[in-house]
Design a protein around this ligand. Structure first.
Ligand SMILES: NC(=O)c1ccc[n+]([C@@H]2O[C@H](COP(=O)([O-])OP(=O)(O)OC[C@H]3O[C@@H](n4cnc5c(N)ncnc54)[C@H](OP(=O)(O)O)[C@@H]3O)[C@@H](O)[C@H]2O)c1
Length: 334
């Protein structure tokens, strides 16, 4: 079988290696991986900017869907032929947990999914929603679950809530789609006029261009009277403006650092208005299962930007870096 490995950091240094197809041990399943989706984290990992201390060689990428083709001893949950998705942090089962479980993530430190076959623990996969293709299902383990955790586990979204999303990357588009399941109203900022129409088609009511209006916080506050929840992916470039958009007792889910991770911000409005800033790291397996059921029942379809072939993995990762995409970038492993 073929696998992509980071042998030295840098997209140019990715190598395709030949390996034996692994044999599942007790409590494990062997999955033929059909599709992988990419996240900004994968680009950072490959470049050595996510965690330069990750042990190499490392198979990158956290997200996958595929088919179970062999079972280890004592596996009772699954049968061959079952369609599944890999869990982002398999040891984080539900609720709050310890550091070790949160760090049981695929694509660093644990081997990732950019390989044709992979062994998972029987608890490290969940069923693919029946309404989704392999490609669509591969987009759920990281970006979709992150948006779901922010909106549900940590955000407790209610009908009528106003949610602010940022840009048109994977997490933000899922946040827009999932927010509609709860009857929330979504407004967005985007730096691209071209993508505005597409965001409107997904149900976003108002869009502010953050490049034309870098001080968008006050404008959003005056348009809405204050938002309930900001899905913040810009980090240091957006946090201060995000705070300005909120109602008292509003929440910022701090998810991304697209604009940087070091912020010098005014802390006063946070305490004067009882604002909550909640860090989000993807989510638990139990949240993944809940989201997956919601996606199936509501026939929610992930937005796919482009599907690359396995041999085009470098182009796929480069295109992720460009930020020009609308929706998820995937790799067809077939
Ligand atoms: N905490 C977690 O668990 C978690 C999980 C997944 C992702 N993340 C992080 O969340 C961020 C987004 O991830 P993603 O996979 O959704 O990324 P992505 O798909 O690469 O999103 C890129 C989009 O974000 C927008 N953008 C870029 N710079 C921006 C800025 N400074 N301010 C506002 N928007 C900006 C652009 O949209 P427009 O062209 O429309 O402006 C761009 O197309 C990344 O930092 C990623 O590492 C964190």
């Amino acid at each position: 079988m073929k696998a992509v490995e980071i042998q030295n950091f840098g997209i140019e240094n990715l190598s395709i290696v030949e390996k034996d197809i692994p044999t599942p041990k007790r409590g494990e399943v062997l999955v033929k991986i059909h599709a992988v989706s990419l996240n900004f984290r994968d680009y950072l990992t490959i470049e050595g900017k996510y965690n330069p201390n990750y042990k190499l060689p490392l198979v990158p990428c956290s997200d996958s869907s595929g088919e179970i083709i062999a079972l280890g001893e004592d596996v009772i949950k699954w049968k061959t032929g079952d369609k599944v998705m890999g869990v982002f942090a398999p040891d984080w089962v539900s609720g709050t947990t310890n550091t070790q479980s949160i760090r049981s993530t695929l694509g660093g430190p644990n081997p990732g999914t950019l390989q044709q076959y992979r062994v998972f623990s029987e608890n490290g996969v969940i069923p693919l929603p029946s309404n989704l293709t392999y490609i669509e299902g591969s987009t759920l383990p990281c970006a979709a679950l992150t948006a779901w955790s922010a909106l549900t586990e940590f955000g407790k979204t209610q009908p009528g809530d106003i949610i602010l999303t940022q840009g048109s990357g994977g997490v933000s588009i899922f946040a827009i789609q999932l927010a509609s399941l709860f009857g929330a109203k979504v407004i967005a900022i985007s730096g691209s006029e071209e993508k505005e129409e597409k965001l409107k088609q997904l149900g976003v009511s108002t869009i502010i261009n953050y490049k034309k209006n870098p001080k968008w916080g006050k404008e959003i506050k005056s348009l809405t009277g204050g938002v309930d929840h900001v899905i913040d992916v810009g980090g240091s470039e957006t946090l201060e403006e995000s705070i300005k958009t909120l109602k008292p007792f509003g929440q910022i889910s701090l998810i991304g650092i697209l604009g940087g991770s070091m912020a010098n911000i005014n802390l006063l409005p946070i305490l004067m208005q009882n604002i909550k800033i909640q860090g989000i790291l993807v989510g638990s397996k139990s949240a993944f299962e809940s989201m997956s059921r919601a996606i199936e029942i509501n026939n929610l379809r992930p937005i796919i930007n482009h599907v690359f072939s396995f041999s085009e993995h470098r182009e796929a990762i480069r295109s992720l870096k460009s930020g020009s995409q609308f929706g998820k970038i995937c790799i067809n492993m077939g």
